[in-house]
Structures are given as structure tokens and as C-alpha cells.
Ligand binder design. Structure first.
Ligand SMILES: [Zn+2]
Length: 78
């Protein structure tokens, strides 16, 4: 898992963070979509379940959340 292609420097800013589980929300006017911090999958208004940092700035798709939750030790608010 440590050699996963999706891992770059996310440990620097996502380790042990509190995440919010939610449908996609626009972070800022005009940014109508985001990309998963890990796999770069598009996250947009059609996304019903994703995980975001508390300020809605970083987004993680459901699959990457499952794959990396143990490594990153996230806590989640529904
Ligand atoms: Zn992803």
C-alpha cells in the first residue's frame, strides 16, 4: 500500500484529519467540481458520497477513503 501510485505528499496535509462525509458541495463560487486528492477522479454535483476536509477544500472519493483510511487515521463526521 505504501507504494500505491496514488500516494504523493498527502501525508503532509491529510494525516489524522477530521473529514466530513457528504455529497459534493461547492467550495467557492465558480469551482463546480473538484478532483480526488488521491486518484484525481472527478467529484461534482453528481457525487453523493465523498469525504472532504473541514473547510471543504480537499476532497477524497469513496474508494480512496476506504483504501487509505487505516494509513491516514481519519476521523469522520457524518
Ligand atoms: Zn480517489
Amino acid at each position: 500500500m505504501n507504494n500505491d501510485w496514488r500516494l504523493t505528499n498527502q501525508m503532509n496535509y491529510l494525516h489524522k484529519k477530521a473529514l466530513k462525509k457528504q455529497a459534493f458541495k461547492v467550495y467557492k463560487e465558480g469551482w463546480e467540481h473538484e478532483h480526488c486528492e488521491f486518484c484525481a477522479e472527478r467529484i461534482d454535483k453528481n457525487t453523493q458520497v465523498a469525504y472532504s476536509s473541514e473547510n471543504n477544500y480537499h476532497w477524497i472519493c469513496e474508494k480512496c477513503y476506504e483504501d487509505f483510511k487505516d494509513m491516514f487515521e481519519w476521523t469522520v463526521e457524518e
